[in-house]
Design a protein around this ligand. Sequence first.
Ligand SMILES: NC(=O)C1=CN([C@@H]2O[C@H](COP(=O)(O)OP(=O)(O)OC[C@H]3O[C@@H](n4cnc5c(N)ncnc54)[C@H](O)[C@@H]3O)[C@@H](O)[C@H]2O)C=CC1
Ligand SMILES: O=C(O)CCC(=O)C(=O)O
Length: 369
Amino acid sequence: MEDVFQKIKEHEQVIFCNDEGTGLRAIIAIHSTRLGPALGGCRMFPYKSEAEALEDCLRLSKGMTYKCAAADVDFGGGKAVIIGDPNSDKSPELFRAFGQYVESLHGRFYTGTDMGTSPEDFIHALKETNCIVGVDEVYGGSGDSSVPTAQGVIYGLQATNKALTGSDDLAGRSYAIQGLGKVGMKVAERLMDEGADLYVTDINDHALGQLLLKAKSHGSAVKVLDSQEIYSAPADIFVPCAMGGILNDETISLLKVQGVAGSANNQLLENRHGQTLKDRGILYAPDYIVNSGGLIQVADELYTPNKERVLQKTKAIYTSLLNVYEYSQYHGITTVEAANQFCENRIDARTRRNSFFSHMKRPKWDIRG
Ligand SMILES: NC(=O)C1=CN([C@@H]2O[C@H](COP(=O)(O)OP(=O)(O)OC[C@H]3O[C@@H](n4cnc5c(N)ncnc54)[C@H](O)[C@@H]3O)[C@@H](O)[C@H]2O)C=CC1
Ligand SMILES: O=C(O)CCC(=O)C(=O)O
């Protein structure tokens, strides 16, 4: 027991959800509500153990606190994980059961898609709770959040190219993409449109096959590599769009790229790996800035949907990253330290405002009425 509280000591609340009838085993972690109700997607993954699922959920929800601060949205950090195989363990009833647990939190936690889940899954959860974001427009949501996430990755790649070469052109550069799912596939397509060369990997052969078909029609140069080879691809930029923890002692020593910018959450196994990348002269784009497009869209559901406004807000990723690069260089710190400092200062400043107004009802956080 002591161990569990030690593990969750940075978090406000952790909820274990068990529904025998549907087989639901999920964890919801609320890291911080200092900026507003917690917001974060729900991942479905066949975790090897409950400890691994808890660890992932704790790391992801903490990342959301920083992502919300960086993206300047009035939400806090939370995340959910469902233990199970997204290819075989999904059912409408399972997502309804999950929705009931979300509803039990009375608006402290809003959720939507992440790795292994789709907007369609949450239409079932929506029958049990209004605290769902990112469903299709016909259900009153803002639609697939992987679209602005992928757009944000493109801004991240442009900013990283700008810092490395002086030009934000995507063309004439090569990219090693890990994961061709909802986000990675869209990033790959856009890069092919720009005439870039790609190295790609995915554990799903169907996704690889789809990309190769698209590459043929684009006339693009795409080389498929295996899961390990992707780390030593002779590309300009590594674009992780699958699991977290992939930048570690072993993999960083293999990298041949000049920069890393991708959508995967928690790319660094530990914060010290930001320094390891810096020591190797590799420019690292903090993941929670690059991948904030989806958050920006779902947080924007507080207002009447407007794709143009979301796109405008997502464009800020370009400038935010350039500011982080400049600040980290000026102060001789890593890009992660620079981004974290900025977010922590913003959270402290905003918390004071939130507590000042604590007597008020908060209609601004009333998504869906
Ligand atoms: N969907 C979104 O809007 C957002 C996603 N993210 C993050 O971006 C990453 C990707 O998300 P999605 O595209 O939504 O997930 P997804 O589930 O649609 O796609 C993930 C892809 O990665 C592949 N994959 C899994 N393990 C792999 C491995 N070891 N090597 C190579 N490929 C592997 C899967 O086969 C799948 O094609 C995740 O880390 C997610 O948390 C972050 C912010 C928002
Ligand atoms: O995309 C979403 O639904 C919420 C944002 C999120 O979970 C993320 O950015 O990781």
